[in-house]
Structure formats: C-alpha cells, structure tokens
Design a protein around this ligand. Structure first.
Ligand SMILES: Cc1ncc(COP(=O)(O)O)c(C=O)c1O
Length: 390
C-alpha cells in the first residue's frame, strides 16, 4: 500500500454530521453506542477556554481524544490557537476538514512518513502544518523528502523523564535548530514538552509539584537558547491532569489538553485541587449498553466488552447504578455484579457507562450519537479519524 493510497483513503472519509430524520431515545440506540451530551461537552470547552484565556495563555487541544473534525471546529471557534494531532493520518483528516493549523505531536523518522508530510504540504498549502522533531535522523528524513517550494514548521520535542519521545540533550536541540534555521524549507517554531506520565498522579499536590518541577527543569534548554538569542514563539505541552497547574508556567504559550471535553473514569478517580475526585469537567461521553442476559440472579450481562470500551486500568462505571461493579466478560460482553437491593436492573434496559479511558474507547466506534438537552439523540457525528494511528 503506497502512502498516497493511505492519504487518499483518509481524505475520502466522511466527516460531516448527519441530522436524524426522527430524533430517537437512548433506548432505540444500536448498542453498544458512544453517546455524547453536546451541551455538557460545550460547557467543558467553554470552561477550559475561559480558564486559559484568563491566565493569558492559549490552548491547542489534542484531536487524539475525539478524532472528529466537527469537534475540532468547535474548539477553533472557541479560540484554540490550533489543533494537535498525534500522527500524520489524524492530521490529514483535520486538514481535509479545513482546520487551519495542525501540530503533529509525535516525531517521525522514516522516509515513508516524510513523504506523507511532503504530500500533505502540497495538498493543503493554505493550512499551517507543524511537526515535532527530536533527532537528526528524523530531520534527515525530512530534508530528503520535502520539496524545495514547501514550508514546514518544526518544534523541538524535549523529554525530561517520561522516556517516550523528545531529546534530553541540549546539544541535540541546538544542532537541530541550527540545521532547521539553515534550510529555507523549514521554520523553527518552538518547543514541545509533554510530561504525560504525570497526568494521572492521584494526589493533586504531588501532581502539581512534579509538573512544575518538570517545567523548571527545562531551564537549561532555555538558557542555551537565550545564549543564541533565540526566544521560541511556541512553548506547548501539558494535558488535562495539569490544566490548572501548567498555565502558571511563564514560558508556556499553550496547553495541549485533550480529555477535558469528555472526561473518563481514569481522570475522575484522581483528586483535583480542593476535591477528592477530579470533576472540574463534566462527564459528557458515555457508552450505552443493553442488558441482554441473566444466567444468575446476582449478575446481569450487557452487550459491551473490550470492543466497546478500551481499558488500561479501571473498569467502566454506571453513574445511575452506584455500587454496581462492571467486570469485562470478553470482547463483546460485560457482567454487572448486582449487590443486595440492586436487583432492579432488568433485561432489555439501556444503561450508560463512563469509559475507563476516553481516547482509545473513541477509537473503537464509528460515530458519536449526539444527545441534546431534551433527552433525545438528534444527530450523528462521524469519528472520521477512527483507526488513524499511522
Ligand atoms: C503529546 C500529548 N499532548 C497532549 C495530550 C492530552 O492529554 P489529556 O488527554 O490528558 O489532556 C496527550 C495525550 O495523551 C499527548 O500524548
């Protein structure tokens, strides 16, 4: 499969929402179905936009969470400085939908991916495409592939302790910036520092202190840049877990928040500033499942398992059934453990569950079923970048 074929396939995906001819109740959904409460999501978006703007910062929300151009457009309307994409294919979907500025937050190092970037630059010349770079090999692949007339903005990705992507060496950063500045096809735009391993630290003050310490450990890099007379235009990073911490970092220009629009169980179980649960943002995303079988009186089986919920740690939770435990029972099923007095769950019910981890759960579904304040689903938004992990 050539990279052009893959790019064409991405560009051909449907991204426009569909309004249903007749609004439908949750009990009519083809379960398991991903349900998005539009008003709750928009309140989350507004809260984040107001928060970052009050702090004098920008936000560059991550589309890896929603993979949906309709949502990215709402974020842009609310003042996002751009949209992040995890990979080239996700960026392709966003560019095709007309998102004006996209930052790819993962570096590339192969000729194939560099050629894909070259194609994107040619196809969307009026959009701003930015990429992180963290190695001389990665930059060499770009130097080989990018056509002379094309322009690519590059940010140097810096790692301090996560150990995923980014350089830890000041010298490598400087060498990369020198090479970028000496090549008309590239423009040095700034620095990315994402400490994702800190986002889910349960204790709020530990999370805050570690995140602030991580940002201040960048001093060495910024001193070296200042020595060259360079003041980066963009300093981007952070996520939902540290959204109220990182905006205090002076040199940060924008935060890359993703999950705040939906929230999930992995975030809700953390402490937040002043509360034992992280409920600064509302749960806007749920997976609706139907109860389909009851082999024993104290359990009831629902039609959603590992193919409906992605889980790296916690299990799905139904807020309407406090104390009822969900246990995965394979790819297509989950079993609810009913305690004393919880026998009111009956066969044929539709129940909604908070996803353990929203990003990979979204990636399992084709659509968001959009639930409005009247309790009915009125429209369907395609998750156009579903499966776009390259
Ligand atoms: C590079 C990068 N930035 C930002 C985010 C957004 O994080 P969150 O969903 O915690 O807001 C992620 C999520 O994994 C990420 O990988």
């Amino acid at each position: 499969m050539s990279i052009e074929f893959a790019l064409d396939q991405a560009a051909a995906r449907v991204s426009a929402p569909t309004t249903l001819r007749r609004p439908m109740g949750l009990d009519q959904l083809p379960t398991p179905a991903l349900v998005l409460e539009r008003a709750a999501m928009e309140r989350n978006m507004r809260k984040m936009a107001d928060h970052v703007h009050a702090a004098g910062k920008g936000f560059r929300p991550h589309s890896k969470t929603h993979k949906c151009p309709t949502i990215a457009k709402l974020q842009v309307q609310m003042g996002a400085v751009g949209i992040c994409a995890a990979k080239i294919s996700e960026a392709a979907i966003m560019l095709e939908a007309g998102i004006p500025s996209v930052l790819i937050t993962s570096p590339i190092a192969t000729p194939t991916k560099a050629q894909a970037l070259n194609s994107l630059l040619g196809t969307y010349p009026d959009c701003e495409l930015l990429l992180v770079v963290d190695s001389e090999q990665g930059l060499a692949a770009l130097q080989e592939a990018i056509a002379p007339e094309r322009r690519l903005g590059l940010l140097v990705d810096i790692d301090l302790s996560m150990g995923r992507t980014g350089t830890r060496e000041v010298d490598t950063m400087l060498r990369l910036i020198d090479a970028v500045m000496n090549d008309v096809r590239f423009e040095f735009r700034g620095i990315q520092h994402y400490a994702g391993h800190l986002m889910h630290i349960e204790d709020y003050s530990k999370r805050r202190d570690k995140s602030l310490a991580s940002w201040s450990r960048l001093d060495e890099f910024f001193t070296a840049l200042a020595g060259r007379g360079i003041s980066p235009e963009i300093v981007t990073g952070g996520g939902t877990g540290t959204y109220d911490v990182d905006v205090a970092v002076e040199r940060l220009t924008d935060i890359q928040v993703g999950s705040y629009i939906f929230m999930d169980e992995e975030y809700r179980v953390l402490a937040s500033s002043g509360a034992s649960r992280f409920e600064d943002f509302e749960l806007a995303l749920t997976v609706a499942c139907s109860t389909i079988s009851q082999p024993q009186s104290k359990t009831i089986t629902v039609d959603g398992g590992y193919k409906a919920f992605a889980s790296d740690s916690v299990n799905p939770v139904c807020d309407d059934l406090p104390g009822v435990e969900f246990r995965f029972a394979g790819d297509e099923h989950g079993v609810l453990i009913l305690g004393e007095g919880q026998q009111e769950v009956r066969l044929g019910q539709v129940l909604r569950f908070a996803a353990p981890h929203c990003d990979p759960t979204v990636n399992l579904h084709d659509y968001y079923w959009i639930l409005e304040d009247d309790g009915l689903v009125h429209s369907v938004w395609p998750i156009s970048a579903r499966g776009c992990s390259w």
